[in-house]
Ligand binder design. Structure first.
Ligand code: ADP
Length: 366
């Protein structure tokens, strides 16, 4: 299954969810999940017992692991690697009914359907990014094999000449051919370091353009509130920070990762505050929550690959430990910094900066 079919499938399911036959949609979700190695991520919960509620987590996250299903009626977990790109999907649809009003269930179904559509849309965005990356990788491998082949052919040719014994050691040809072989070996050595450097982490390509923050943030918060557990959101975008220069898709990814975490790691119904203001040389973003907070020994390590705080309440929350790493890579690619401050028991605030010099003209953003 490729990304197009995955997106189509999710769109189909979202349509199916609007129908009364929710079970059939789930069955299909399970069938498809059971036979596939591709992965994406979705985790949803709905409750149809009069006081209807819904919980959805959606996104595409790198992960590795195996297919598992908890055997429940409405849960599919799927993680794995596809052609070098690791992605994971956790689909959980947990519609509890009984005792509640039928009207409540209808609301839950509707919200789940909406959430699935939202997920399909997000998957389409991530899928496009992944496909572009796959193409980039294929091009890079093609170019690389060409770059390696030339010096290798050259080395082989000269060594074969030398091995014929026609040119005795010390003869001008012997010296010249051996010199060329050495040069080509050095070229290969340089190529290997280039490959190693690029393997250290994906290079983030930015497409910088003017971004109007209020509508972008409004849309993000609308979608995030669908996955929150009754959290209240407050935004404060200062007048002089309404428009900035940045890569809008990447900026959205950073904000979503921070908001997803604020939601995941703070109690239901608590307050999440997103602020943007202008400082001397950058726009300063902050996302503050009223969660359990993060102990000082973890604070500097949160942005490392796969780093997770396993003790306390946050250990119970599912995750891959990659969201903050990705956020840091994107912010750094913009020339900014990202960091966290926290008081255990009170909450955490994540800050990041987007410097002014992202303007296409290289000047101030205003
Ligand atoms: P994930 O949430 O998938 O584990 P992240 O890279 O987004 O991965 O976060 C790394 C870790 O940082 C989390 O596992 C969690 O322990 C901690 N963390 C991140 N955001 C918060 C937050 N707002 N409050 C408390 N802990 C957090």
């Amino acid at each position: 299954m490729n990304w197009e079919t995955a997106v189509q499938f999710l769109t189909d399911v979202s349509v199916a969810l609007m129908e009364p036959e929710l079970d059939r949609a789930l069955e299909r979700l399970r069938e498809v999940a059971a036979g596939q190695k591709w992965l994406s991520y979705l985790c949803m919960r709905g409750q149809g017992t009069g006081g209807s509620s819904v919980e959805v987590r959606a996104g595409v996250e790198p992960a590795s692991g195996a297919l598992s299903s908890d055997g429940g009626d409405s849960r599919v977990e799927l993680t794995g690697t596809r052609e070098g790109v690791s992605v994971s999907m956790v689909a959980r649809l947990d519609l509890q009914s009984g005792g509640g009003s039928p009207g409540g269930d209808a609301v839950v179904r509707e919200v789940l359907g909406e959430a699935l559509r939202l997920f399909a849309r997000r998957l389409a965005v991530h899928g496009a990014a992944l496909r572009a990356r796959e193409r980039e990788l294929a091009d890079a491998v093609g170019a690389l094999s060409h770059d390696f082949r030339t010096p290798l052919a050259c080395i082989k040719g000269y060594l074969s000449l030398l091995s014929q014994g026609k040119y005795p050691p010390g003869s001008p040809e012997w010296e010249e051919y051996l010199g060329t072989v050495m040069e080509e070996c050095e070229r290969l050595e340089k190529l290997v370091s280039v490959v190693l450097e690029s393997a250290a982490g994906p290079k983030i390509h930015l497409s910088i353009e003017p971004v109007l923050l209020p509508p972008l943030i409004k849309r993000i918060l609308l979608e995030e509130s669908a996955i929150s557990r009754g959290h209240r959101f407050f935004t404060d975008i200062s007048e002089e920070a309404r428009e900035i220069y940045a890569d809008p898709t990447r900026l959205e990814q950073v904000l979503r990762n921070l908001l997803d975490n604020a939601i995941k790691y703070s109690p239901e119904g608590s307050l999440i505050v997103l602020r943007v203001k202008k400082t001397k040389d950058a726009f300063l973003f902050s996302v503050a929550d009223q969660g359990g907070g993060i102990a000082p020994e973890h604070l500097n390590r949160l942005f490392e690959r796969h780093y997770r705080v396993e003790d306390g309440d946050s250990g119970k929350v599912r995750g891959t430990g990659l969201g903050l790493l990705i956020a840091r890579q994107i912010v750094n690619a913009h020339g900014g910094d990202i960091w966290a401050e926290s008081v255990v028991g009170r909450g955490s605030t994540f800050y990041f900066t987007i410097p002014f010099y992202n303007t296409p003209s290289g000047g101030d953003a205003e």
